[in-house]
Design a binder for this molecule. Structure first.
Ligand code: ZN
Length: 311
């Protein structure tokens, strides 16, 4: 009898430990981060860009993505009340009418409470007259920005300088392929990425102005004065120093006419920075590996379907 009881006990013990093992494996698998893409108005092709952003984020397997679209320009904004607090990261693909005061306040609560934000391309054109938003983006352009918006900010002898001279904020030369220049190889977003890599055809924002509270400058690029650029080395990818918030500002990614004809967003470098920047904004860490198809210093690399190749 003793022996039989002992056997039963051992069987139960084994079953319990196997179950515990499976349970802990399930726990070890990280939950997907929750991202909210905000769009609905933009001087850019937002009907394509917001869907492409969602596609890139979701196909990575790291994010679940919701979309919050505002009313069209001039429309009734009173119902635009996304629950920012429910997300790990908010990706702004918005340049349009002011939100309701209640939504502004909820967004500031989220950001100032330590929220994660990705400022994507023309999102830094938005809300020129909203001072706190300008501190969240650090640098902005267009929409009437000028010397009252803050200094120009660019690199001189590899250092960021502030230039208070008068003039409009925001411009860019002709679209082209250009080399990204790494400025910080230790930041979680850039660690392991090549210092120099060739970005696919895109705009390069220049002459941006603002409070210039850049946290870590990650990548810059040299504009081409022959095609309308500023002739300066411009900050293009950086974090913003704004209290406890984690803000990732990505000036790249001008959206093309269709998802198929969209080299700036099809660039593996763009997609990698978006994914790593969004993970960092959400968690403060970056666990995803550097992709094998990352561009080199001389060769553009595209994912036309926005999907990483099978490993
Ligand atoms: Zn653009």
């Amino acid at each position: 009898v003793m022996k039989s009881l002992m056997t039963k006990f051992l069987v139960v013990l084994t079953v319990v430990s196997v179950m515990t093992m499976f349970a802990s494996q399930a726990e070890a698998k990280p939950r997907r981060m929750k991202a909210l893409v905000v769009s609905g108005q933009n001087n850019h092709n937002w009907p394509v860009s917001h869907k492409v952003l969602k596609l890139i984020l979701e196909q990575s397997g790291l994010f679940d993505v919701d979309i919050a679209l505002t009313a069209p320009a001039g429309g009734d904004m009173s119902n635009f009340k996304p629950d920012f607090a429910a997300y790990d990261v908010v990706v702004l693909d918005y340049n349009g009418d002011r939100w309701p005061a209640e939504t502004d306040a909820a967004f500031l609560d989220y950001v100032q409470g330590g929220g994660g934000v990705v400022i994507y391309h023309a999102a830094d054109n938005a809300f020129a007259g909203w001072d706190e938003f300008n501190r969240i983006i650090a640098l902005g352009g267009w929409e009437g920005r000028n010397e009252k918006s803050g200094p120009y900010c660019y690199l001189k002898d590899s250092k960021l300088v502030l230039d208070h001279s008068a003039g409009p904020g925001g411009s860019h030369g002709a679209q082209r392929e250009y080399v990204m220049h790494g400025r910080d190889t230790k930041h979680p977003v850039t660690k392991g990425l090549p210092v120099n890599w060739m970005h696919a055809q895109d705009e390069m924002y220049d002459r941006m102005r603002g409070p210039a509270n850049i946290g870590d400058l990650l990548y810059s690029g040299m504009t081409d004065p022959a095609t309308g650029g500023s002739g300066r080395e411009e900050p293009l990818v950086f974090t913003v120093d704004y209290g406890r918030a984690r803000i990732f500002h990505l000036m790249l990614g001008h959206c093309g006419p269709t998802a198929e004809d969209n080299p700036a967003m099809q660039c593996v470098g763009f997609q990698t920075l978006l994914l790593r920047g969004a993970e960092w904004a959400a968690t403060g860490k970056v666990k995803q590996p550097v992709p094998k198809d990352f561009p080199t210093a001389t060769k553009v690399s595209l994912r036309r379907d926005y999907r990483a190749p099978e490993k």
